[in-house]
Design a protein around this ligand. Structure first.
Ligand SMILES: CC(C)(COP(=O)(O)OP(=O)(O)OC[C@H]1O[C@@H](n2cnc3c(N)ncnc32)[C@H](O)[C@@H]1OP(=O)(O)O)[C@@H](O)C(=O)NCCC(=O)NCCS
Length: 439
């Protein structure tokens, strides 16, 4: 399209709606490929009747915000944070630099980066009382439940966090939360194992310190293999944001009440806890273990194609192409297995992928490996129990949740989240007191 044609098309960017109930016609402006729901609300059959609304359970075709954090093109398999391709960030950046990019919107100078790393490193400790109440959980408490409760509880330690209109205050809480999530996550893990909590080691980098808090025993210093540190750092980068997914929507929805960011992020952790969101990599592992050996693959695949079950770790609501994160994780597998030895389930996963990428059933439906297909294998190689997989996801996603929260609280167009409903219940019944109903 020429420039002139583009301008003309833009000028004509309206939608004409004819309401056959009344014969009225409406011109509704189209902006950025969307129409305003409020414009539909002006379409009504009579002054005192409710306006037209959109029915969209799960918000599958509703834009809830304007955002400049993350761009996804599911058809092409593209994921960018603040415009930078995920492949380049995973290869050349670090998790803390990516966190800075997501929160601040641009890459840091050397001085900014050093100050950021310093601030985060020196906020990794939590109040001793946090330790006290984490000990109060049952011996078999799920670490994700512990993480959710303890992040929410931080709001009681930092009551000033509710001052969300002050930029310096917001910055302070963001630093605290990114810094303390690994401490809370590691302590949830240690609690389940009946092991003493390990305090942060501020000589170590973000991810190395996390591994130390997870695995250190009596040694003076825990130094994880650099290749493992890097692989986990990359996994954090890959999970750092994914635009308006379920947990981010939860953070924004709860945050829209202007509550403090700890409470809003606790809502994000809660959403991630659910099996439809954060639990798929665990399901992949269970599937691979059930298949057990390569010879069982053909029968399993036939079952999938007959509709008896799904090939877990395949398919995505947004990606209708190879999930770019899956490609990077597949490469990270090699580095991790070089240190830990190959997980025998890898061979089964690779064979499943090879078959699926050539099989008409999967090709026709545009089903490709997603981020969860290989990540469970890596986490297992680190000796994380499956309950910890989602905790790792939550630590990685924290900068994304906070970047989206920051955008929300500064966006003048945002309002408290309050969707409409289509009421399907009874109306105007006459209440009969219990004494009369029960005779
Ligand atoms: C992620 C997922 C929920 C996306 O679902 P969706 O976009 O709503 O897609 P649908 O459920 O409508 O599936 C479309 C078609 O592909 C099939 N399909 C989707 N995922 C499939 C899978 N993993 N294995 C086999 N078939 C699958 C469906 O049966 C459906 O086939 P049909 O048209 O013959 O009925 C879905 O692909 C899935 O369940 N994947 C496995 C779980 C998983 O890995 N989740 C992690 C996501 S990060």
């Amino acid at each position: 399209m020429t420039d002139a044609a583009a301008v003309a098309a833009n000028d004509a960017a309206t939608l004409t709606i004819r309401d056959n109930r009344t014969g009225s016609e409406y011109d509704v402006p189209i902006t950025d490929g969307t129409i305003k729901a409020a414009d539909l609300g002006k379409i009504r059959t009579a002054e005192d009747e409710p306006g037209l609304a959109v029915y969209d359970p799960g918000f599958v075709n509703t834009a809830s915000c304007r955002s400049s954090v993350t761009y996804i093109d599911g058809e092409q398999g593209i994921l960018e944070y603040r415009g930078y391709p995920i492949e380049q960030l995973a290869e050349k950046s670090s998790f803390l630099e990516v966190a800075y990019l997501l929160i601040k919107g641009q890459l840091p100078t050397k001085a900014e980066y050093d100050a950021w790393v310093h601030e985060i490193t020196y906020h990794t400790f939590v109040h001793e009382n946090v330790k006290g109440f984490m000990h109060g959980f049952r011996y078999d408490a799920h670490p994700m439940g512990m993480l959710m409760a303890s992040v929410g509880a931080l709001s009681t330690f930092y009551p000033d966090a509710r001052n969300i209109n002050d930029a310096d205050n917001r910055h302070m809480q963001i630093v605290r939360m990114i810094a303390k999530m690994p401490t809370l996550g590691a302590w949830s893990f240690r609690h389940a194992q009946g092991k003493p909590f390990v305090y942060p080691d501020n000589d170590l980098g973000y991810t190395a310190n996390f591994l130390s808090m997870l695995f250190k025993m009596s040694e003076q210093k825990f130094e994880a293999d650099e290749r493992l540190v890097r692989a986990l750092d990359v996994l954090f980068i890959l999970h750092a944001d994914h635009e308006q997914n379920c947990s981010t929507n939860a953070v924004r929805s709860v945050g829209s009440s202007q509550v403090d960011p700890y409470s809003a992020v606790a809502a994000g952790v809660a959403a991630l806890y659910g099996p439809l969101h954060g639990g798929a990599n665990e399901a992949v592992l269970r599937m691979l273990k059930r298949i057990g050996k390569k010879e069982n693959i053909p029968d399993f695949m036939q079952g999938v194609k007959d509709g008896n079950e799904r090939l877990m770790g395949f398919g995505h609501r947004v990606y209708k192409n190879y999930d770019p994160r899956a490609k990077i994780i597949k490469k990270a597998c090699d580095d991790v297995f070089e240190v830990t030895g190959v997980n025998p389930l890898l061979e089964i996963a690779q064979e499943l992928e090879k078959i699926a990428l050539e099989d008409e059933y999967f090709v026709k439906r545009k089903l490709y490996p997603n981020v969860d297909f290989y990540s469970g294998l890596i986490y297992e190689a680190f000796q994380f129990p499956p309950e910890m997989f989602t905790v790792l996801f939550a630590i990685g996603r924290t900068p994304g949740w906070l970047a989206q929260w920051l955008e929300l609280v500064q966006d003048k167009e945002q309002k408290i989240a309050r969707p409409k409903q289509i009421y399907t219940g009874d109306r105007t019944l006459d209440f009969v007191p219990a004494s009369e109903r029960w005779g």
